[in-house]
Each structure stands twice: as structure tokens, then as C-alpha cells.
Design a protein around this ligand. Structure first.
Ligand SMILES: Nc1ncnc2c1ncn2[C@@H]1O[C@H](COP(=O)(O)OP(=O)(O)O)[C@@H](O)[C@H]1O
Ligand SMILES: Cc1ncsc1CCOP(=O)(O)O
Ligand SMILES: [Mg+2]
Length: 285
């Protein structure tokens, strides 16, 4: 990682103040972030959203997706576990969000499996998600699917990443430039970009790879923050609180089971200042 210059240092201080504002605004306003998400991790996603101060509501039906898109403050779409109804629900909800100008987060989980998932992910290109959140393989694959990926090829395989976060840097920047929003790439060190600056956020735990739903719930929490801040701040705030809570929970747990419980408690107890000072550095694109 490059040493930060004076401009990057100034940007970092400004970003830290925005993180503090986002965390406090969410705790004060309890924003509603509706979700269409997979049934595998749905409970953990809702609990994480509640722990940081949001309000959660999960739906499956097309009319309910459109209703919540209009009624809520932000939305989360995760394509992890598709059912036949999603073929209708996903494009209808994404269009409603786009037309209403509501912030929304896309997690392209397991991109590459099956034609239904591919069709839905292709449709989302025009509806421009405010935040795209995925692991490195998913981000590289989505940039490829949307024709923004250059030569870079993803080694995507199911839901787990087989690529390093840094390998997704160009894909993340291209996607953010296309949407005008932010992209968060998760892994041991997370990368968050709005297409002109990149933040590298540190922390987390190896246990996060041993529980299902750490990535899904990170997307749900990013949607909660997107209700109260710009896309880049929201994506970085969610990433920072995950890295902080993961690091703290690991110190209290001796395996993935208890880690999950401590992790939720640490999300709940993290102060705005602690989240803002969780280590990260800035790079200008
Ligand atoms: N080896 C690791 N060390 C520390 N944190 C990690 C590690 N792997 C993943 N994380 C954290 O786990 C969360 C989910 O990331 P990841 O496992 O990449 O997503 P997904 O579950 O979608 O593949 C992120 O907050 C990320 O920072
Ligand atoms: C295991 C699994 N299978 C389909 S979706 C899913 C959950 C993936 O969760 P995460 O991306 O947060 O690890
Ligand atoms: Mg995932």
C-alpha cells in the first residue's frame, strides 16, 4: 500500500467525520432497509441490521418488494438463494428503486451459477445499485458480465472467493464509475471505492470465513447506512464496523459458534468514534 500524501490525510479526516455522522444518524433515526435476500442467511442479516440501529424487513413477493422499495429508506438485494418468484420480484423491485431514486445495495452472491441469476444480474446494470458489495471473485465476475471488466477473469466458484481482494481493484473502480456509487470488495483487507478514491480497511477475523452470512449481512448493514449517508461513506462505515467487531469478537471466542454471538454484541456496542478510527488508508485513483 502507498504511503498517504497530505491530500489523502485530509480526505481521511473528512471521511472519519462522515463515518461518525452516519453511525449516529442511524442510531437516532432507526431507518428501514427492506431486503430480498437468501433464506440461508436471512436471520443473520436481519440481526446485524438491527444491531447497528436499523430496521429490517425481508420480503419475497413482487408487489411487496415494490411496496418496501417505496416505503423504506434504503434496500438490499442479495441473489444468493433464488426461487422461481425472484425472476419477477428482482427486476420489478430494482426498477422501483431506480425510478424512486432510493439507495440500494446489490450483493451478486455466487454469480455464474445458472441462467436465472445471470439474467437478473444483467438487468441490474441499468438500475445502477448505489453500492455493490461482494467478495473479490464476485466483483471481478460482475464487471465481466457488465462488459466493464477488461482482460480480468474471475475464478468464481460458488459463494466463496478464490481471488485476492487487490485483484478486484480495477473491476471495483470500473463498476463504481458506471453506477456513480460505491463498490466494497471484502476479504482479509477490504477495499472500498467510489471510482476516484479507494479505502483499504483492516481488521476482521479468520472466523468470518467459517460462518455463513458474514458477507450477506455486511451488505444488509451497508444498506442501513446508505439510508443516512452517501454511498461511499455507507459502504466504508459498514466495512469498518465489521472489521472492528470481527477483531473484537475473535478475542472472546474460541470457535465460529461463539464468534457469531460475540460479533453481534460487538456490532451493537461499537461507538461511532471507534468505528471511524478502525485502521484504514486512502489511495487516490
Ligand atoms: N481472512 C479474513 N480475515 C479478516 N476478515 C475477513 C477475512 N475474510 C473475510 N473477512 C471479513 O468477513 C466479511 C465478509 O467477507 P467475505 O468472507 O469476503 O464475504 P463473503 O462471505 O461474501 O465471501 C468482511 O467483513 C471481511 O472483512
Ligand atoms: C452458503 C450459501 N449458499 C447460497 S447463498 C449462501 C450464503 C452465502 O453467504 P456469504 O456470502 O455471506 O458467505
Ligand atoms: Mg457472499
Amino acid at each position: 500500500m502507498n504511503k498517504m500524501n497530505k491530500m489523502d490525510e485530509m480526505n481521511k479526516t473528512m471521511i472519519q467525520n462522515q463515518i461518525i455522522a452516519a453511525v449516529n444518524a442511524v442510531r437516532n433515526s432507526n431507518p428501514l432497509a427492506g431486503s430480498i435476500t437468501n433464506v440461508i442467511t436471512i436471520h443473520f442479516v436481519a440481526n446485524a441490521q438491527l444491531a447497528v440501529g436499523g430496521s429490517a424487513a425481508m420480503v419475497f413477493l413482487p408487489e411487496e418488494g415494490a411496496f418496501l422499495a417505496n416505503a423504506g429508506n434504503a434496500f438490499y438485494i442479495n441473489v444468493g438463494g433464488l426461487l422461481p418468484i425472484h425472476e419477477e420480484t428482482l427486476p420489478q423491485t430494482a426498477k422501483t428503486l431506480h425510478d424512486a431514486g432510493k439507495p440500494w445495495v446489490l450483493d451478486p452472491v455466487a454469480i455464474g451459477i445458472g441462467s436465472v441469476r445471470t439474467k437478473a444480474l444483467l438487468q441490474f446494470k441499468e438500475y445502477k445499485p448505489s453500492i455493490i458489495r461482494g467478495n473479490a471473485s464476485e466483483i471481478i465476475a460482475l464487471a465481466g458480465l457488465w462488459g466493464l471488466g477488461g482482460e480480468n477473469k474471475s475464478n468464481v466458484r460458488g459463494v466463496d472467493s478464490t481471488d485476492a481482494v487487490i485483484a478486484a481493484k480495477e473491476a471495483a473502480v470500473s463498476l463504481a464509475k458506471w453506477t456513480g456509487g460505491a463498490v466494497a470488495v471484502s476479504g482479509e483487507t477490504d477495499l472500498v471505492t467510489n471510482g476516484s478514491i479507494i479505502a483499504f480497511s483492516h481488521g476482521g477475523s479468520h472466523f468470518m470465513e467459517k460462518i455463513t452470512g458474514s458477507g450477506c449481512s455486511l451488505g444488509g448493514v451497508a444498506a442501513v447506512y446508505a439510508a443516512e449517508s452517501d454511498s461511499f461513506t455507507a459502504a466504508l462505515t459498514a466495512t469498518a464496523v465489521y472489521n472492528l467487531a470481527g477483531k473484537r469478537a475473535e478475542q472472546k471466542a474460541d470457535g465460529p459458534g461463539r464468534f457469531q454471538v460475540h460479533f453481534l454484541d460487538e456490532l451493537y456496542n461499537a461507538t461511532a468514534e471507534d468505528i471511524a478510527t478502525n485502521p484504514f488508508e486512502i489511495e487516490t485513483v
